[in-house]
Design a protein around this ligand. Structure first.
Ligand code: NAG
Length: 365
């Protein structure tokens, strides 16, 4: 009986959602496009077109992709933005630097991400990455390209109704501040956090001014628990490195406050905070609860916890990446990204706040 009431309730909700979404004109879920900004957690191959040492365009990367083979994703298969595009029933965003990123192909979304980049433009600068300022400038170029195809009014509508995902920030800590005595001398941890949050505030307002209204922004993950950091700290038992996680947790609290303040200043800006930290920490520390066998040891890599790079062809590669939370020393497996993207799509307020993707779709922008 209860089950029946439940499914009727779901039906009613779905109907209401369909009505609220204004009888979508576009295919699928009525979302015209997905635009992606960030680092290697969302890069789907821009790095292949850049002269940079940060690469993943060799086997065994992409071993479980369809079709199998390296794509430039730092993963065995799909990353979170692939799952989001598939859910939205739109093509996966084209890589900004790919030759096919022109004409009608950009109308369903573009991926501007660059592995090694961060919130700060200095992060990854030595590696020739596309910094976040550049990624946003490139979005402006794409906007002009869209206007030239469908006109200003339709472009505004398209950008307003599209979904945006920002996933970055890890490199600002583990590959920059944490390794850089000059930065540490210049900024206390608190001042560095303030600098990052100020940059985020500016960049999110820039995105708003371009016309974006529906943005998901990832928290930092528990960086002190990734295999690379366990090796760096000489961990014996594999427990998380607390001194790496402390500023991460503080940043995540600050990020939520920054987003709340922007929402207050711009009530028509739907900015959702994605809690990557807690679900990933749970997966790492209690892998069996989520059906994983290994929490803090990567599928491909070298050394203890496989916390050294996954190098072709010498590194060990596990048979079944689905058993692992981590694909390489730093990056999740496809299965982990599946869980994290499900949280974005339909997770509770614990995982995505104030709205998940389904709720955002149901609300008119
Ligand atoms: C960010 O990228 C732009 C464009 O490539 C470049 O001009 C600028 O110097 C970069 N910023 C830093 C701090 O490297």
């Amino acid at each position: 009986m209860e089950a029946r009431v439940g499914s009727v309730g779901v039906l009613v909700l779905l109907t209401v959602a369909a009505l609220l979404s204004g009888c979508a004109e576009a295919a699928g879920k009525g979302i015209p496009a997905l635009f992606v900004f960030g680092d290697s957690t969302v890069d789907t191959g821009n790095q292949n077109y850049i002269t940079s040492v940060i690469k993943s365009n060799y086997p065994p990367y992409g071993k479980d992709f369809n079709p199998p083979g390296p794509t430039g994703r730092f993963c065995n298969g799909k990353v979170a933005n692939d799952f989001l595009a598939d859910f939205l029933e739109i093509p996966r965003p084209v890589n900004y630097l790919a030759p096919e990123a022109k004409g009608s192909r950009v109308l369903t979304g573009v991926n501007f991400a660059s592995s090694g980049s961060g919130y700060l433009d200095i992060t990854g600068a030595l590696f020739g990455v596309l910094n976040l300022t550049r990624q946003l400038d490139n979005f402006g170029i794409v906007k002009k390209e869209i206007i030239s195809q469908i006109g200003e009014e339709s472009t505004d509508k398209l950008l307003r109704e599209s979904i945006y995902l920002i996933s970055t920030g890890s490199n600002d800590f583990v590959n920059s501040y944490n390794l850089n005595p000059i930065l540490q001398a210049k900024f206390t941890p608190a001042a560095y956090e303030t600098l990052l949050l100020g940059t985020i505030d500016t960049n999110l307002k820039t995105l708003y001014d371009y016309g974006a209204r529906r943005v998901f922004i990832d928290s930092l993950s528990p960086l002190g628990c990734v295999p690379e950091q366990l090796v760096l700290a000489g961990s014996k038992d594999g427990s998380c490195i607390e001194k790496v996680n402390v500023p991460v947790k503080s940043f995540n609290v600050g990020l939520q406050a920054t987003l709340a303040s922007i929402r207050q200043q711009r009530p028509d800006y739907d900015l959702s905070y994605v809690n990557v930290y807690d679900p990933l920490l749970e997966a790492i520390t209690q892998p069996e609860k989520l059906g994983f066998k290994f929490g803090n040891t990567a599928c491909c890599g070298e050394g203890p916890f496989k916390g050294l790079p996954c190098v072709n062809p010498i590194s060990d590669v596990c048979d079944n990446a689905d058993d692992y939370v981590f694909w390489d020393l730093f990056h999740p497996t496809e299965r982990t990204y599946d869980i994290l993207s499900s949280n974005i799509i339909k997770g509770s307020g614990l995982f995505v706040s104030p709205m998940n993707l389904e709720q955002m779709i149901a609300k008119k922008p």
